[in-house]
Design a binder for this molecule. Structure first.
Ligand code: FES
Length: 105
């Protein structure tokens, strides 16, 4: 599950955090990614000066404007979802511990 946290503090609300959240929900539905991405609100994320503050996974963004929702979604959200969905390669197989057959002493 990829978590998107959108600041709903007063400054970000005035800059359109509700509209941004609605657009991101719409895009999640459009791409049929319900259940893979969750959106939650947070209070001030200490980056009020430009636009809405958003965290996608561990990455923080500030200054996101609602009219940038679609560009932001395809540039910053979709790649992170795909990374989470990528199956492991054989190189990433769990290590196999060596076994030793115990014989009579
Ligand atoms: S109100 Fe959103 S970062 Fe401060």
């Amino acid at each position: 599950m990829l978590l998107i946290t959108i600041c709903v503090g007063s400054s970000c609300s005035l800059r359109g955090s509700d509209e941004l959240a609605s657009d991101l929900f719409r895009l999640i539905e459009k791409e049929k990614l319900e259940g893979l991405i969750d959106i939650v609100g947070a209070f001030c994320m200490d980056a009020c000066s430009k636009g809405v503050s958003v965290r996608v996974g561990d990455q923080e963004f500030s200054g996101i404007r609602p009219e940038e929702a679609e560009t932001f979604f395809y540039k910053e959200v979709i790649p992170r979802v795909k990374t989470k969905l990528t199956p492991r390669t054989t190189d990433e197989s769990p290590a196999v511990l060596s076994c030793r057959k115990e014989g009579p002493t």
